[in-house]
Design a protein around this ligand. Structure first.
Ligand SMILES: Cc1cc2nc3c(=O)[nH]c(=O)nc-3n(C[C@H](O)[C@H](O)[C@H](O)COP(=O)(O)OP(=O)(O)OC[C@H]3O[C@@H](n4cnc5c(N)ncnc54)[C@H](O)[C@@H]3O)c2cc1C
Length: 506
């Protein structure tokens, strides 16, 4: 294996956080940065750039498409979409953009992430280069407007014009979205951060290049072993540090394959232990959701930013300042998880997808083989929390959704409830349905969580430095100590910004 290149900083993964980091670190012309991305460029690729096309990217060659392990209390057929393209998941997601709530960051601090409180994080939010604004008036579909009105009438919840203007406990309205309403182009981390700086001489970008292993000598990372598109294997050396931004599934996977993780698991698989870091792969978080679908009386008008433009936050627990139940309102009948259960697939329809903002169940990611081609096992342990909080939240959500659907003007559009159907009303049967038809909001996180030095399961410290091996940081959704109440992409972008300031300080 040849040592092909040497750079000051090597970033693994040109995704949501990795693109931010590469752009920020190369503002210093004296620092050389190599960004290594497994997927192709998004430049000029309309499939990726057109926000509303996101749903057509699921399961394509731009999606790693991770299965879950069997989920005895949930849906075992959930596929976890993860993007294989520059910009990462910000290049194929719905770009719903929420600043996390103050109490979300307070939870992180309480979990040992000193310096990650709300006030300290706000400057990183203000620095974001993405174009983020509430869905434009021209993209607001009449049925989504009527959903907002019906929620206010049925539940007495006020409309919020801009969810990012200030913290909220409840609210209904159109989401803030990262896109250009004139063109429909997404404001991904690649578009907002990388495209304008691709010609910087101190930035080297390798596309379609898979990082196979982190190389460590005498307890310090020296660089990474990569596989180029032509199959050749090379070593890319890091003079200062390696930053892992491969996301909450591929960052722990890479660490485990490099011998960094729970020693017992590694030994069982015949992987040489480089550092015993028991927390790698633990604390697998997600936002699970369920779904209630209606057939509409007629096809819907065409307006939309990305078919899930509005939503609702409900607070049931008065003891916490944050909402604890969220809905997306889809202007399409999303039947992927109900059709296999035998429910009808209407030609035109809408759905509400209640989700659990702060679920109690925790899962685990682990390897089943030392073969790097074998995907890691993702055991989310959906709905396994002993007090059954997670399933009860979805049952509450379905009941509230029905109240909204019964209320004008939304009710005027709806022909019939097709899943689970009006006859399913009891707690037990609603819970059974909600869990069997459950899906993911696509928010896996937490598998290399940040924490204090005395926390045995923390994988990185509050400066994002990997425990047990010097010269490595992690900056992506895997470092979340706990799940933010809201959709997490903005938190990930902020992690990219904060990582850049931490590295620049040194
Ligand atoms: C379909 C979908 C819709 C979503 N919608 C929203 C939304 O509307 N709002 C929201 O807040 N969140 C949303 N999310 C979640 C959000 O997009 C992610 O939480 C966030 O983007 C994750 O960022 P990341 O930097 O951790 O990882 P990613 O953005 O996934 O970046 C990881 C990058 O690393 C690369 N990589 C991985 N392994 C290697 C390797 N070994 N070598 C080289 N490169 C590698 C990948 O190709 C990828 O580009 C959605 C996610 C999906 C999938």
């Amino acid at each position: 294996m040849t040592s092909a290149e040497i750079h000051d900083v090597v970033i693994v993964g040109g995704g949501t956080a990795g693109a931010v980091l590469a752009a920020r670190l190369t503002e210093n012309a004296d620092r050389t940065v190599c960004l290594i991305e497994a997927g192709p460029s998004d430049l000029g690729d309309d499939r990726v750039l057109r926000l509303r096309n996101w749903i057509n990217l699921l399961g394509t060659e731009l999606d790693y498409d991770y299965p879950t392990t069997p989920q005895p209390r949930g849906n075992s057929n959930i596929r976890h979409s993860r993007a294989r393209v520059l910009g990462g998941c910000s290049s194929h997601n719905t770009m719903i953009s929420f600043l996390p709530q103050p109490a979300d960051f307070a939870d992180w601090e309480a979990a040992g992430a000193a310096g990650w409180g709300y006030e300290a994080m706000l400057p990183h939010y203000r620095r974001l280069r993405n174009t983020i604004a509430p869905v434009a008036e021209k993209d607001r579909n009449p049925i989504a407007k009527d959903f907002v009105t019906a929620v206010s009438t049925a539940l007495g919840i006020a409309e919020i014009e801009d969810f990012n203007a200030e913290p909220f406990d409840e609210g209904v309205g159109f989401f803030s979205v990262g896109y250009d309403p004139e063109t429909g182009i997404r404001s991904s981390s690649s578009v907002a951060y990388l495209h304008p700086v691709l010609d910087r001489p101190n930035l080297t970008l390798h596309l379609e290049t898979w990082v196979e292993k982190l190389s460590v000598a005498d307890g310090r990372a020296t660089g990474v072993r990569v596989r180029r598109p032509d199959g050749s294997v090379e070593f890319v050396e890091a003079r200062e540090e390696v930053v892992l931004c491969a996301g909450s599934i591929d960052t722990p996977r890479l660490l485990l394959l490099s011998g960094i993780g729970p020693a017992d698991q590694l030994r069982e698989l015949g992987i040489e232990v480089v550092a015993d870091v028991p927390g790698v792969g633990e604390n697998l978080l997600d936002h699970p959701e369920s779904i209630i679908i209606w057939e509409t009386k007629a096809p819907l008008p065409p307006e939309s930013a990305m078919d899930s433009d509005a939503g609702l936050f409900v607070r049931r627990d008065a003891g916490d300042p944050r909402p604890d139940l969220m809905f997306h309102f889809y202007q399409i009948p999303f039947c992927e998880n109900t059709a296999p259960l035998g429910y009808p697939v209407p030609e035109h329809g809408v759905c509400m997808t209640p989700n659990i903002p702060r679920p109690h169940s925790r899962g685990r990611l682990y390897l089943t083989s030392a073969d790097p081609a074998v995907k890691p096992a993702l055991d989310f342990r959906y709905f396994t929390d002993p007090d059954d909080y997670d399933a009860r939240t979805l049952v509450d959500g379905i009941r509230l959704a029905r109240e909204v659907a019964r209320t004008a003007p939304l009710s005027d559009w709806l022909l019939r409830e097709v899943a689970p159907g009006p006859d399913v009303t009891g707690d037990e049967e609603l819970s059974e349905y909600a869990r069997r038809a459950a899906f993911t909001v696509f928010h896996p996180a937490g598998t290399c969580r940040m924490g204090a030095a005395d926390d045995g399961l923390a994988v990185v410290d509050p400066e994002l430095r990997l425990r047990g091996v010097a010269g490595v940081r992690i900056a992506d959704a895997s470092v979340f100590p706990s799940m933010p109440t809201v959709n997490p992409m903005v938190a990930v972008l902020m992690i990219g910004e904060k990582a850049a300031t931490l590295i620049a300080k040194e």
